[in-house]
Design a binder for this molecule. Structure first.
Ligand code: ATP
Ligand code: MG
Length: 240
């Protein structure tokens, strides 16, 4: 396996007015291509912040993120946008579907931005909606969907471009156990059959167990890494 994302000594300080908050305090992570990694930890420990930095959505205060050996800080805004659009699929913690667009149109957005023809967009969007169990709701707008349904459409939008890396922030948070299992199965098959890389934030230990590795964070640092073998064997490493 080869490294797809490498983060070195990441720190992130948020400044709001005169107060500042250090959300990340020196995080190193290395993610292999084709790996499924779960990130866990208490609310506010920096999970979403880390995911945003790994996906080039936000910039670190100090430290580096290398994506396929390219230092993201060295890319122009245009190059970074293109990298995010073509190589990374992001499922945000807070939905972010466009309210005026139908499910199919929402899923088409990243393809359209990349110049894919309308008929091809619709075909691929329908396949992605089918994969998340939302094919029958393709013409519905987000306001007409439940939270879990909207979340599944957001997942379809993240996978429709066939990205090298999927970054998913609590993608099963609003789902019942049946749909949660379905999404986890879908993610596992993307990793297994398409060699895609998945980094997923979750509060659910059952979801984390589907991963190859779990990274536990606390107070802006990584405090534990657990490797899961899928013969239900658990190996603890690198506790610090
Ligand atoms: N834009 C921001 N401005 C100021 N502080 C922020 C901002 N975003 C996050 N924070 C703070 O940084 C810390 C880490 O936030 P983050 O969203 O990464 O946590 P999290 O681990 O994802 O939590 P949760 O499980 O609740 O989603 C929190 O204390 C949060 O209040
Ligand atoms: Mg979060």
């Amino acid at each position: 396996m080869s490294t797809i994302i490498k983060a070195i000594a990441l720190t992130k300080t948020y400044q709001s007015g005169s107060t500042s908050h250090q959300a990340l305090r020196g995080v190193d992570v290395e993610i292999e291509r084709g790996e499924f990694v779960a990130i866990m930890g208490p609310s506010g420990c920096g999970k979403s912040t880390l995911l945003h930095l790994l996906g080039g959505i936000d910039k670190a205060t100090t430290g580096q993120v290398h994506f396929e050996a390219i230092d993201m800080a060295g890319l122009s805004e245009t190059q970074l946008t293109q990298l995010r659009r073509r190589r990374i699929g992001f499922v945000f913690q807070k939905g972010l579907l466009l309210p005026m667009l139908t499910a199919r149109e929402n899923v088409c957005v990243p393809l359209k931005l990349d110049g894919v023809a309308a008929a091809e967009c619709a075909k691929r969007a329908d396949a992605a909606l089918e994969a998340v169990g939302m094919a029958q709701r393709a013409n519905h707008r987000p306001g007409e969907m439940s939270g879990g349904e909207a979340q599944r459409v957001a997942i379809a939008r993240a996978i429709v471009t066939d990205p090298a890396v999927i970054l998913a922030d609590e993608p099963t948070g609003a789902l019942d156990s049946v749909n949660s299992l379905r999404i986890i199965e879908l993610f596992r098959s993307l990793v297994r059959d398409h060699n895609q890389t998945l980094i997923l934030v979750t509060h659910d230990p059952e979801v984390a167990k589907a991963a190859d590795r779990m990274i536990r964070m606390r107070d802006g640092t990584v405090v534990e890494t657990v490797l899961f073998s899928h013969a239900d064997r658990l190996t603890k490493t690198a506790a610090s």
